[in-house]
Design a protein around this ligand. Structure first.
Ligand SMILES: Cc1cc2nc3c(=O)[nH]c(=O)nc-3n(C[C@H](O)[C@H](O)[C@H](O)COP(=O)(O)O)c2cc1C
Length: 386
């Protein structure tokens, strides 16, 4: 079967800052919980380079905890600190040698930190905007202003170390209900100081400060991607922006702060973000800002990521429908890059096989390929999935 539409366009380079990304296919950050004492395994360099040889132009290293006690809470998750720089340098080198580019995703779990998995030696409970992971559901407490200053510095420090490791930039994890996203979402940010407020513009203040501080530290030549989403791991129907107008305000704040790439996470890339238009969230972001945009969400698969991880995989739309839709939207200029998650775990050659129309030879994704423990508390999973 030949690929419908102009697949070749996805194999053209794109320049962001001073970085030349060789193809439009991105491997998004995918935490596999296999680190040892915060160090990723040496085999991860080859794992990532293998995906570049299969046609991915950009690798985003799995969600890496910034070095603050409230963030680096589980030794199975990688962290970015002085003693882990060489692990990531090895990955960046392997990816570059294969001809690709690499960002490191910097993450903090906020109130979705699992207390049953957290190290007993930690000096305190989960910290977040308001101690909430959804309305009325508490975990830990609100971070004080001093703690927010510390955490901002931890993000900046991790970004500096990532560049020192040879990364082409970093990505801020500001989606899926994690720490920075908990500031954006009205349900999880009920602060009464300058980091809270009724408007999204007010709630974006702290994440924008983190972006600005990182931008100042790493400069404009490197990639500073910000990953956003409406949906949360704990609420699929959540919205940080109720209208395109609100979304525009958020994007302007992030762009002004120094973001030069937007990674727009949806469960299904083709679903309309707002009523009255077929545009997905990535399409809206592209329309409302000047920044290049990565689209993601069920590009290579018919069931969405959370169905794969914690539920029963849902019956979705077939691959050829998704690819046809993807090509059509790319041709209309709705995004610049395409992230492919689970399919690239399952098959490092997914991009080149799709390009060659070798659909029958694509290895399919199975949850057993992950071997990770779920991060969410049983109670949280029950809240969400019944
Ligand atoms: C095992 C696994 C781990 C993930 N870890 C992260 C992560 O660390 N950071 C993040 O932003 N998204 C994470 N995600 C979400 C993916 O980046 C991606 O958005 C999602 O899988 C949807 O893309 P897909 O439909 O192509 O799989 C993870 C997904 C999977 C399957």
């Amino acid at each position: 079967m030949r690929m419908p539409g102009d697949i070749e366009a996805l194999f053209e380079p794109l320049r962001i800052g001073q970085v030349e990304v060789p193809t439009r296919i991105v491997m998004p950050g995918m935490q596999r919980g296999r680190s040892v004492d915060g160090h990723i395994l040496p085999e991860m360099g080859d794992y990532y380079a293998r995906r570049v040889r299969g046609g991915a132009g950009m690798i985003i290293g799995e969600g890496c905890c910034v070095d603050h006690w409230s963030s680096a809470w589980d030794p199975h998750f990688p962290r970015m600190a002085e003693d882990t720089v060489s692990d990531w340098a090895y990955c960046a080198e392997a990816v570059h040698a294969a001809g690709g580019t690499m960002l490191l995703q910097l993450s903090h779990p906020g109130a979705i930190r699992s207390e049953s998995q957290a190290l007993p030696s930690l000096p305190g409970p989960a910290l977040s905007a308001s101690g909430l992971y959804m309305r009325g559901k508490t975990n830990g407490r609100a971070a004080t202003t001093e703690e927010l200053d510390e955490i901002r510095r931890a993000f900046v420090h991790a970004a500096r170390l990532a560049i020192q490791a040879g990364m082409d930039g970093i990505e801020l994890h500001a989606c899926h209900g994690f720490f920075l996203d908990e500031f954006l979402w009205a349900q999880t940010n009920v602060r009464e100081d300058r980091y809270g407020g009724l408007s999204l513009a007010e709630r974006a203040t702290y994440p924008a400060e983190v972006i600005a501080a990182i931008s100042e530290a790493i400069g404009p030549d490197q990639i500073l991607s910000v990953r956003i989403s409406q949906w949360k791991e704990v609420d699929y129907d959540a919205k940080i922006a109720e209208t395109p107008e609100e979304l525009a305000i958020l994007l302007a704040a992030f762009e002004q702060a120094g973001a030069n790439l937007l990674h727009v996470s949806a469960r299904r890339f083709y679903e309309p973000a707002f009523t009255g238009s077929q545009l997905g969230l990535a399409g809206w972001c592209k329309q409302l800002s000047e920044l290049p945009v990565i689209v993601v969400g069920s590009v290579g698969l018919s069931s969405d990521v959370m169905a794969s991880l914690v539920g029963t995989p849902s019956k979705g739309l077939p691959l050829d429908h998704n690819l046809r839709e993807l090509n059509a939207r790319f041709a209309r200029g709705e995004f610049d890059l395409v992230a492919v998650g689970r399919s690239l775990i399952a098959d490092p050659d997914w991009p080149s096989k799709v390009r060659a129309g070798q659909f029958d030879t694509i290895n399919s994704f199975e949850k057993s390929q992950l071997g990770i423990a779920l991060e969410m508390e049983p109670q949280m999973i029950k809240d969400v999935h019944g």
